[in-house]
Write a protein that binds this ligand. Structure first.
Ligand code: B12
Length: 471
């Protein structure tokens, strides 16, 4: 069996009220999900596996078509996020025209949210729901044995106009039993980040799932329980990355810092092995204290991404963020004290938000000691409690995400939450918030003093200017 995994190009990605430069100019990150699916194939099938990372290889549909025609795979597995589904569908069509007999299967966040709509797309033979490692491997084995893929748990097919199942397999109970991502399927040198001190970079995930209840977030395929890998298993992966010449790792755990003890265990393991590795984590403000941040620094954590969302205690409650303004300030102070670069995340235009709440967020942005700020306009994502609230409260008249899934249109712009402010007012406020943050004299001086090369300075200045300039 020959299997070709594809990350579609980002040519028709729908805009999400995040400045374009944030998506296109901050870096190129490996498709971790596909590396895990590839690892599952290597561990549990005899398939010959190839991975086509179109964005990293700079491939469009024509290039993808040539590669598929050349490879003549039996199975094509394509990653689908709602925001890149138009490119995923174009890739399905390209696969069917370049290799009509290939079985084309989709996996990723989008298929879990809209299985009917996605399976109704011409050329899609099956969907792999939830975590794909075992389900896809079993599906490939079933295909090679001439079996019925619709009988494989977690695989959905169309049966007499009906979706055969919407049930994913149970989530992996012990993540240590999963094989390490198959990084030999990609060229590590293609991946970089404007944030990194040393490129190339890679990505990793040491835990899956998040028990928090933030209304704007949804991980349909990774669950609400925090499942984590052992320190030894995590550092084995880091050691493998270093052997491949990659010393900077971006952890994609939704919230790395939930398990306090594990942070100390990972620090001890990295120190015991003397690993030269810097890494980047996503943390929650209320899980950080001096002991934890110090241990993270000792372990090589170079950057921490910390969601704040709002400077208004009332809005933090409305968003069920579960942190306080004081905890957020404390988190950035601790990162500054122990020399970890911190990135803060804010959202403007939240449910019930008033000018007074926005002023509190601006005040927080003015005073906080974060090194970077990422300011988005609140845009309800599919499958989130926020989106359901918008439909129930009549903020949105139609279920536009389902309509989009049924008939994806690249001109579709997901609407912001415009309960009290118009889109234009929110964009003006976002520009102002970026100016408030990035033109603070203390910050400008620190950034200039911290820069090590003109190339690094230009990289950051270019993205910075894009953020500050309208449009
Ligand atoms: C890393 C990441 C990014 C990275 C890289 C994205 C990429 N294209 O690889 C960056 C920072 C660029 C990014 C950007 C954005 N992201 Co993002 N991102 C993530 C994050 C944190 C981790 C993804 C990951 O690696 N997961 C780990 C692996 C193991 O999981 P996985 O990829 O889902 O793969 C598993 C299964 O889904 C399945 N599977 C996945 N693909 C396939 C393919 C096949 C064939 C099969 C069989 C199975 C399969 O099996 C895999 C192994 O179990 C997720 C949140 C999360 N926790 O997953 C959000 C997430 C994917 N991002 C999301 C969003 C919205 C965005 C943005 C649009 C945000 C924005 N700008 O507004 C942009 C889009 C830009 C872009 N070009 O892609 C959403 C997608 C929601 C949706 N309905 O599609 C998520 C789920 C977060 C959320 N808010 O809900 N993102």
């Amino acid at each position: 069996m020959k299997v070709l995994l594809i990350r579609p190009p980002h040519e028709h990605m729908i805009r999400t009220n995040v400045p374009k430069s944030v998506d296109t100019e901050t870096g190129m990150y490996p498709p971790l999900g596909l590396l895990y699916v590839g690892a599952g194939l290597k561990a549990w099938t005899d398939a010959e596996v190839e991975l086509l990372d179109a964005p990293a290889l700079g491939l469009g549909q024509e290039g993808i078509g040539e590669r598929i025609a050349e490879a003549q795979p039996d199975v094509v597995g394509i990653q689908a996020m709602t925001f890149t589904v138009i490119d995923a569908i174009a890739t399905v069509r390209t696969a069917k025209s370049a290799c009509p007999d290939a079985h084309v299967s989709l996996g990723g966040p989008h298929v879990n949210l809209y299985p009917e709509e996605t399976l109704s797309i011409e050329g899609v033979d099956s969907l792999v729901l939830g975590e794909g490692e075992r389900a896809f491997a079993e599906m490939v084995n079933a295909l090679s044995d001439g079996g019925d893929v619709g009988k494989v748990p977690g695989v959905a097919v169309m049966r007499n106009g009906e979706v055969s199942t919407k049930e994913a397999r149970p989530l992996e109970a012990n993540l240590d039993e999963l094989p390490q991502p198959a990084r030999d399927l990609i060229d590590s040198s293609l991946y970089w980040s404007v944030l990194a001190k040393r490129n190339p970079v890679t990505t990793a995930m040491t835990s899956r799932g998040c028990p928090m209840k933030c209304i704007f977030c949804d991980r349909p395929h990774l669950g609400k329980t925090f499942r984590y890998r052992s320190a030894g298993n995590v550092v084995d992966e880091m050691e493998d990355c270093v052997k491949r010449g990659v010393h900077e790792i971006f952890l994609y755990d939704d919230t790395f810092t939930i398990s306090r003890e594990r942070i100390f265990d990972i620090r001890d393991e990295i120190k015991k092995r003397g690993l030269d590795v810097q890494w980047d984590v996503r943390a929650r403000a209320n899980t950080l204290d001096a002991e934890v941040v110090e241990a993270m620094k000792e372990a090589g954590v170079a950057r921490a991404h910390i969601g704040v969302e709002s400077g208004s205690p009332r809005i933090l409650k409305v968003m069920k963020k579960g942190i306080t303004v004081e905890q957020a300030h404390e988190a950035f102070d601790l990162c500054r004290k122990y020399g970890i670069t911190s990135l803060s995340y804010f959202m403007l235009g939240n449910p019930t938000e008033t000018q007074e709440d926005i002023d509190m967020t601006m005040d927080f942005i003015r005073k906080c000691r974060a090194d970077y700020a990422h300011i988005a306009i609140t845009t309800p994502f599919p499958g989130t409690e926020l989106y359901r609230m918008g439909l129930e409260q009549g903020i949105f008249e139609r279920d536009y995400w389902r309509e989009f899934a049924a008939n994806p249109d690249e001109d579709f712009q997901p609407p912001a939450w415009t309960e009290n402010f118009t889109q234009e007012e929110l964009e003006e406020m976002r520009q102002r918030a970026y100016r408030v943050f990035y033109t603070r004299p203390s910050r400008l001086i620190r950034q200039v003093l911290a820069v090590r090369s003109f190339k690094e300075f230009w990289g950051k200045a270019r993205v910075g200017l894009r953020l500050l300039l309208p449009g």
